[in-house]
Design a protein around this ligand. Structure first.
Ligand code: F6P
Length: 551
């Protein structure tokens, strides 16, 4: 498909940056370290204990300076200020973007439509806090007067991924009831979850910004039937809670008014972990720890607002991302946390990044040359024994983002685990950059007793090209504030990249078509409607499904 080849088109950098990239890529990364003993100091940035090391990329001082110029040209600072000021920068939905206000302090003075919002935010936080504490201390009783032992959060997308990821991440701080997450409309998800729970001591939270999402409403109805079958209709008011912006719809579901926690249309679903959507996390770790989580995010907001662009972590992270995607044209990026409790962080970032920046037209409605990359990943060290083969020797370059904590929460007699984890993380970025030459491979083989002929034959398979870029985000320990900082760092990175691509990061029209078609296909799947004028593949599959289902 042809795209406009205009140098000023965001994402289409045929000018200075492309030339710099060609030079940088042919020179490689290893040379940069050989030429500059202080490269780490010059190409890393810090915010307290959070370290962003982007020195193992091909970006040199000239490329960075050109990237920073581009950021200024694309109006990053003005757009950032507009977001923090509550302007309606989500132009296609005509909404402000104020998730930052959810972690603000009253003195930050956030306003939506000119009205101060910190009071309303604090009211919801207090109500959530009081409810969470009453569950945690056993004051909220189930139908048989037992304390709540289990909480099931029913939501999907932003109403699931954030609290699910964060609850796992902060497991060492989890001193409340057990928390379960149900998202998939596949009935196995809720069936497998509920089958081990006691209806009398289970609280169900229905989390949905719109309260119309079919997966969530279907799961909520199933949970309601499960509860009512065991305890009667009255249990709905006692053992359901809801989080939504659609308070009228929640009321018609039968959820008691004092169990409903609201938020606002200026909070996007994938940016909503800081809102009442965070209720399951708060129930798990308590209101105080939840506030620490918010405060960590606020640190990054303050930094993003005030730090010079060249020292600004989200800006630098965004520029590195843009460099790899739009200038070097690498189609994906891998997120590899060397932290098992961040196992859901790649999935969380998939929504944050791909739902925000996977857009084919810019703010002006015109096609963009390039949008965000495919984001994927799994924790290390597991990934090393699965897909790292391709990262090291495959034909595509995949920039890797490593995340690792210097310290773990485990007792000192398990220190070896953390030592090995850290060593592996560092070794992988080193190996990606350094590689192994043909001569080195031959020498190694001969040194281990292989004949010259055998060494010659096998050596090419043992060559690592190296020069593969990565960045490392190092933190002290994965505590609530650190998790808040990491998420906010990535949120603002997505924002920075969106400005560079020239797209609106805050709508998600791309999810609509599939939803519409699914609803039209339900009566066809059930056999209530004929297949009709559908494509041959869909018709063929429906016929096969009907046969397998016996109608
Ligand atoms: O389908 C996409 C989406 O709208 C996400 O943006 C959102 O996080 C998710 O669905 C869930 O939406 P809701 O919270 O309204 O149920």
């Amino acid at each position: 498909m042809s795209q406009p080849n205009n140098q000023n088109t965001p994402g289409n950098e045929s000018g200075e940056l492309s030339t710099l990239a060609a030079t940088a890529l042919s020179r490689g990364i290893r040379h940069l370290f050989a030429d500059d003993a202080e490269r780490f100091a010059g190409f890393s940035a810090r915010l307290g204990d959070l370290v962003l090391d982007y020195s193992k990329t091909a970006i040199d001082a000239r490329a960075r300076s050109a990237l920073l110029d581009l950021a200024r040209t694309r109006g990053i600072e003005a757009r950032r200020d507009a977001m923090f000021a509550g302007e309606r920068i989500n132009a296609t939905e005509d909404r402000s973007v104020l998730h930052v206000a959810l972690r603000g302090e009253p003195k930050d003075g956030y306003r939506a439509d000119g009205e101060p919002i910190s009071g309303a935010i604090e009211d919801v936080l207090r109500a959530m806090g009081a409810f969470a504490e009453r569950i945690r201390n056993g004051e909220v009783r189930g139908a048989h007067d037992g304390a709540i032992t289990d909480v099931v959060n029913i939501g999907i997308g932003g109403s699931d991924l954030g609290p699910a990821m964060a609850t796992l991440a902060l497991a060492p701080y989890h001193d409340g009831p057990r928390i379960h997450f149900v998202s998939n409309v596949d009935g196995s998800h809720i069936a497998d979850t509920l089958k081990n729970l006691d209806p009398a001591t289970t609280l169900i939270i229905v989390a949905s910004k719109t309260f119309t999402t079919i997966e969530t409403m279907t799961n909520a109805d199933t949970a309601r039937r499960w509860l009512v079958a065991a305890l009667g209709e009255a249990a709905v008011a006692e053992q359901f809670a809801a989080v939504s912006t659609a308070l009228d719809k929640v009321a018609s579901f039968g959820i008691a008014e004092d169990r409903v926690f609201g938020f606002w249309d200026w909070v996007g679903g994938r940016y909503s972990i800081w809102s009442a959507i965070g209720l399951p996390l708060m129930i798990a770790i308590g209101a105080q720890r939840f506030r620490e989580f918010l405060a960590g995010a606020r640190d990054v907001d303050q930094h993003f607002k005030t730090a010079p662009l060249g020292e600004n972590l989200p800006v630098l992270l965004g520029l590195v991302g843009y460099w790899h995607r739009a200038i070097c044209r690498y189609p994906t990026r891998a997120i590899i946390p060397y932290d098992q409790r961040l196992a859901r962080f790649p999935a969380y970032l998939q929504q944050l990044d791909m739902e925000s920046n996977g857009k084919r037209v810019g703010l002006d409605g015109q096609p963009v040359a390039v949008s965000g990359p495919v984001v994927w990943g799994e924790p290390g060290t597991n990934g090393q024994h699965a897909f790292f083969q391709l990262l090291h020797q495959g034909t595509d370059v995949v920039p890797v983002e490593f995340l690792v904590g210097a310290r773990s929460h485990e007792p000192s007699d398990m220190q070896t685990h953390q030592d090995l984890l850290l060593a592996n993380c560092l070794a992988q970025s080193e190996a990606l950059m350094r590689g192994r030459t043909l001569d080195e491979a031959r020498e190694q083989l001969v040194a281990t007793g292989r004949s010259e002929a055998e060494a010659e034959r096998i050596a090419p398979h043992r060559v690592f090209p190296g020069e593969r870029p990565s960045l490392t985000i190092l933190y002290r320990q994965l505590d609530p504030a650190t998790l808040g900082r990491l998420i906010a760092l990535y949120e603002h990175r997505v924002f920075v990249e969106a400005q560079l691509y020239g797209i609106n990061a805050f709508d998600q029209w791309g999810v609509e078509l599939g939803k519409e078609l699914a609803m039209k296909l339900v009566p066809v799947v059930t056999g209530d409607e004929e297949v009709g004028d559908r494509d041959g593949s869909t018709s063929g599959l429906i016929a096969a499904i009907r046969t397998m289902r016996g109608f």
